[in-house]
Design a binder for this molecule. Structure first.
Ligand code: TMO
Length: 323
């Protein structure tokens, strides 16, 4: 009798051990997420595609963990002070060239923490589509010294540029007068003028228009972006060194840094939302991943929300590893 029941008893014990094992595993996972306040994590939204898509990607990851999120439209310079005083909780694309100074200021005042870098490095600078070199519109590019040539400048004139060559800068909210200052410092302003685009979309429209018209164009652009690998070259300016910019006391004769792409957080949020904070610290995207987020919008013309959903479903292994 006894020996007949033995397999049943052993089987029963195994099942009970398995149930205990899996329920405690599950509990452990839920407990860490349940530590987080149900207050929404406030994620800032700026005015370029990868940043907006990544906001929704991160929001989606936090929601998957059981958390709540809110998207807050924010100025891309003022956001660091907003984060410091707790009006937004995180910043997921701190670009060194454009925002390093504002980030440093907020961090040094206290209340903002450096939460680590993405895997991608960043560059934000003036450049041009490669067909301009194929057409030889400005011999000597990508060296900035090619811009000293009057024939080169003339090939980059537009109706609003007063006969000078035009640099189409991004919106002035990104880095103020950095490019006009650089143009003057390098002695290029007799031949060239800076105009500001109203939006990132205006930059991409300019690329298409210039190609159609067969005229030169120099625009502000950055990497990681959807233009990576699509035939865009950044101009080689004199190298960046710490302090070379007028805002930092320098003479302004320098290009942009080979920069970091950083994450930052409000310190109190890391205490109220420890599970989301641990995930966000681990989160680090590559150049290819960030370029793909932008391409869903700027190439495939998806909405930012749909782009984030598409990215999340195509890259589940990537983001599950951060949780
Ligand atoms: C901050 N940006 C990526 C537009 O240079």
């Amino acid at each position: 009798m006894k020996s007949k029941n033995l397999p049943l008893i052993i089987g029963g014990i195994i099942v009970i051990i398995a149930i205990i094992f899996f329920t405690t595993q599950d509990k452990e996972r839920k407990v860490s997420t349940a530590e987080d306040s149900s207050k929404p994590t406030r994620i800032p939204v700026h005015n370029w595609s990868s940043q907006i898509v990544m906001a929704h990607v991160i929001g989606g990851i936090i929601q998957d963990m059981g958390g709540n999120v809110e998207y807050v439209p924010a100025d891309s310079q003022a956001v660091y002070e907003s984060m410091r005083i707790g009006d937004v909780d995180i910043s997921h694309e701190v670009w060194q060239s454009a925002f390093g100074k504002s980030f440093d200021t907020a961090r040094d005042k206290g209340g903002v923490l450096d939460w680590g870098d993405h895997e991608a490095r960043s560059l934000e600078d003036m450049g041009f589509p490669n067909w301009i070199m194929d057409k030889d519109l400005c011999p000597g590019l990508p060296s900035w010294e090619a811009l000293k040539n009057a024939d080169c400048a003339a090939a980059f004139a537009t109706p609003d540029s007063g006969g000078k060559g035009r640099w189409l800068e991004g919106p002035q909210s990104w880095h103020g007068d950095l490019m006009p200052q650089r143009m003057t410092a390098l002695g290029l302003d007799d031949l060239w003028v800076v105009k500001f685009a109203g939006s990132a979309d205006a930059l991409w429209a300019e690329l298409a228009a210039a190609e159609k018209e067969g005229r030169g164009t120099i625009i502000f652009n950055w990497t990681p972006n959807f233009t990576d690998g699509a035939g865009f070259t950044f101009i080689d300016f004199p190298p960046y060194t710490d302090g070379c910019r007028p805002a930092d006391g320098g003479d302004g004769k320098c290009g942009s840094p080979d920069g970091y792409l950083k994450k930052a957080v409000n310190e109190n949020w890391t205490k109220s939302h420890p599970a989301a904070a641990a995930m966000f610290k681990k989160l680090a995207f590559t150049t290819g991943q960030i370029g793909a987020m932008a391409a869903y919008v700027d190439v495939d013309k998806m909405s930012h929300e749909d782009a984030a959903k598409a990215w999340l479903s195509a890259n589940e292994k990537v983001w599950k590893a951060f949780q």
